[in-house]
Write a protein that binds this ligand. Sequence first.
Ligand SMILES: [Zn+2]
Length: 420
Amino acid sequence: MEEYNSVNLYKIKRLLKELGNVAGRGTELISLYVPPRRPVYDVINQLRDEYGTASNIKSDQTRTHVQDALTHIMQRLRLFKQFSDTGIIIFCGYVPSEDNPVDEEMKYYEIVPPRPVLTYLYRCDDHFHIDILKSLLREEELVGVISVDTSEAGFGIISGDRSETVEVITSGVGSKHRQGGQSARRFERIRENEINDFFHRVADHAKSIFVDQYTIKSLIISGPGMTKEDFYKTDYLDYRLKQAVIGLVDTGYAGEEGIRETLERGESLIENLRLVKEKRLIERFMIETTKRDGLAVYGLNPSLKAIKTGNADLILISEDLDIYRIEATCKSCGYQAEKYSSESQLYQEKIQTNQSVCPNCGKSVWSIKVEDVVDYISDLAGQIGAKVEIISSKSEPGVMFKSFGGIGVILRYRQNGINS
Ligand SMILES: [Zn+2]
């Protein structure tokens, strides 16, 4: 798998959103999943067979549409010598036109998935089959957490950008301090038995949650004091879970609070997880913003200014930013103007731009290009060698970052007046 790239992933997620909304007129939308190492000619041959089969379709329009789409895919595939290490995914077909829903236009999407396609799939349907692609995006492996002390145990999942408590059970084990008149030995024995029973229950719950319900690859056991060690030493835990343990983490509490703490304190254990990376990025950004002469700016305009002047080292963008760039070029004199708009305002802004008068030549003939600001900035970043990181919107640091306008830049050098 190629190195995790948050921009690529963002683009695929956005495409998924778009594809999920597409509905075909008939059974004419083609989804194709090709595993790596499948010979190109082999796929083309199969599609040629499908082309032949399609000639039996009764509706003239549907038949033409399916055969057009197949022809288009085969033409594209002929340009390949072989497929990528992860294979290829193609969606193709006639969909209602964006500008005029009565019209239809042929759309073709070609995706190199972040993880390998496992099985070949060809589907012709009234919608695109995007579920497999979705499952290939779940790049973050799930980490299970058991946060346990003698009074309770919390079972949680850490998955990339968040932690979640699945269940909390209580032990019913009494306090460490014995009542007056009770034999110390007897008290100790009863207590040990109770804890032992509790550990059995914890292990049973762990199996049903982490083996049957979720499939985790890593497990962290946390909690205050020695209880987690004692639990870990017992052989009650399912052997698969025991093998998955990546570490024991000291926390102040067990249960739900303990799971949250595990995220904080178990950082070194789950370093490969996206959340930790994001947290570090946001921390670095925060440090720069709070310093008096810090190297950070935020908000759309200051960020764009830094990027356009080549003074951006790292660009952070919230996945929820939702801003589009409208570029209008005067068809008469070549004058260019740009404008930024939220998705909800986009339609209105496009109309206004279309009706506006060119300040240079006074005519009103515009060619308009609209793109997601993430694409625009990624291109600019590539030109100046800056790195772009998309920040998830659900994690705690991600939510905080949104309050800075959802976009920020760590500068290469201090620049006067850049915040204006
Ligand atoms: Zn003009």
